[in-house]
Design a protein around this ligand. Sequence first.
Ligand code: SF4
Length: 372
Amino acid sequence: MFIYIHLPFCLSHCIYCDFYVELKATEDRRQAYLNALKQEIAHYLGQATHCSPIRTIYLGGGTPALFPAEEIASLLSLLQSFAPFAPDAEITLEANPEGMASLPSDYRQTGVNRLSIGVQSLQPNELKRLSRVHSRDQVFRFLDQVRTAGFQNISIDLMYGIPEQTMETWQDTLSQAVQLPIEHISMYGLKVEEDTALDTLIRQGRMALPMDEDTVDMYEFAVNYLAQQGFQLYEISNLSKPGFESRHNLNYWDNNEFWGFGVSAHGYINQVRYENARNLQHYQTNPILRVENHFCTPQEQLENALIFGLRKRAGVSIVELERRYSVDFEKQYLPRIQRYLDTGYLHLEDGFLKLDPKAIPVSNDILSAFMD
Ligand code: SF4
C-alpha cells in the first residue's frame, strides 16, 4: 500500500501557495483534526478486504512537522494496526527550515526515515519575495540538525522562475544547495495559481515573473549542473543521488493505486480517483465523505499511464503498457506521435517510450497527443 496523509496547518500562508492550508495549529485544533483523520483511516482501511504491506507513507501539507512527534507516532501506529510496514518502507515527513514541533531525533524514532524540506531559495531577497518565513542561515542550521539526528534520506524543494530571480542568483542557490547534506532535490518552476496573493500582485503590476525563455534556461542549467554534482534527473522535476529516488512519487508516475487521507486529499483505489472535502469544517463534520468519485475507464487508465509515465526519464515500458492495459501501442499511438519521433521530442528506445529533455518545455502539447 502507498499512503498520502494531508496535515494542513502552516505558520503563515505563502503568497504563491494554493494548497489547502489552515493557520493556528493549536493543540485543540490539531487534536480535532487527528480525531477526524483517524476516523477516516479506520473506516476505509477497516473495510478493505486485504491490506498489503505499507510500502510508503507521505505526510504532506501544510507543514506536518507542526504536529509533535508523538502525534505523528499515533498516526503511524494506527496505520500499522491495519497493515504491516514493509521492511524497507519509505516514510516521508514534510518540514520547513524554521523548525519542527519536536526534536528531529524524536521524529526519527517514530519511524519517519525521509524528510522533504521546503527550502525554495537560498537568496534572502527571494525568500522575502515568496513570503517565506525562514532565512538562509536557518536552512543550513536545520539541515545540520536533521542530519545529526540520523536522517540519511533528505530532499529539498527549490524554486525557479521567482520574481526578479536571475540566472546568477539561481546559479548561486544551486551551488549552495549542493553543499547541503541532501540526497534529493525537487525543482519547481513557480506557477501563478489563480486567486493567490501572488496572482493579485502580478495582476496589479507589483511583481513580475522572469521571461519564459529565462526560466527554460534556468531549468536546463540546473539539470546539467546538478548532474555534474551527482544528482540525476529521474523525473521532469526531480533529481536524486543513485538509489534515493522518491518511491512514493514513483508510484504516482507508475499510475498505481494509493490511499489519500485528510482534508482535500486525493486518492486512487479500485480504479476510482477520489477527493475528500476541501475545507476543514466540512471534513471534520464527515471525514469519510468523498466529494468526488471518478471511475477511470480503461481508456483513461491507459492515458494516465502514458501521461504520468512519460514524466519519468526511464519512460514507459511498451511491453508493460500493452500487458497491463491490453493495447496495441503501435497501432493505436504510432501514427499520432510519429511527428514527435521525427523531430526528436519523443524516442522509442529498447522498448521504452521516452520524452527528450528538450521537449519538457512543450511537453503539454506532446502529452495531449495521447488523449482521445
Ligand atoms: S509552507 Fe508550504 S504548504 Fe504552507 S503555505 Fe507555504 S508553500 Fe503552502
